[in-house]
Design a protein around this ligand. Sequence first.
Ligand code: NAD
Length: 264
Amino acid sequence: MADSTLEGRTALITGSTSGIGLGMAQALAAAGANIILNGLGDGDEIEALRAEIADQYGVEVIYDGANMLEATEITTMVGSAVERFGAVDILVNNAGIQYVSAIDEFPADRWQAIININLVSNFHTIKAALPAMKKQNWGRIINLASAHGLVASPYKSAYVAAKHGVVGLTKTVALEIAEQQITCNAICPGYVRTPLVEGQISDQMKAHNMSREQVINDIFLVAQPSKRFVEVEELGQVAVFLCSPGASSINGISLPVEGGWIAK
Ligand code: NAD
């Protein structure tokens, strides 16, 4: 059963059929929020996830398959949620993709897709969700940026540009809603072991003819002083905290959750 911290609230989490977004959905449901799942994937598997979260936490869970590349689908998803629940009280902009390549070889269509899914979709969801938040004078916007929203790594030009953009967008929205009981913050995770990172591990194993262990230790965790992946559950707890009364004055921050990466 859910606890009651967020009872009566509704959370929309983009890209919540997998990885961090799914962990956020589970954590917010565990705190009592109704959930709108979004993301790509197999219909039967998504339905099973939806039913499991609803059963486990006793909250309402619905799924909307809006494509984060399509502005009209995003606007329609948020509009339907507002119609059904009165507002999207908690908006988590999480959907994201990655592609790794030297900039002079970076396919232009991959570059544009990363910018559109990881950054531009956040503009469309926020624009659509804010009027109902303002009307009720309460809202929480949480944007999944990344350690790569604060520092760069080579070969990730589109991702680093998009995530730095998310940090800037977060600050701007925070200033625009600062006088209301709405906050907009970013979470900046280090490496989290999700399908997005698993794909990069496999690519690096092939590119460098290295073992999985070597890639994990010498390429990924070398950036992270904790020498371990951040856990999805840790990020879920951070999101619940940002929605709690104790976080009411936290606005416009980009919070590193990365085992000390940014401290270096
Ligand atoms: P993931 O691949 O496990 O999940 C990504 C989610 O986004 C999936 O639900 C997928 O279906 C959805 N998605 C992708 N394209 C979409 C589209 N066009 N429309 C709708 N949904 C779409 O990845 P993850 O690691 O959980 O990443 C989630 C977020 O966290 C991303 O924004 C990512 O950049 C960020 N992040 C991840 C890490 C990490 O190490 N995994 C670190 C820092 C930040």
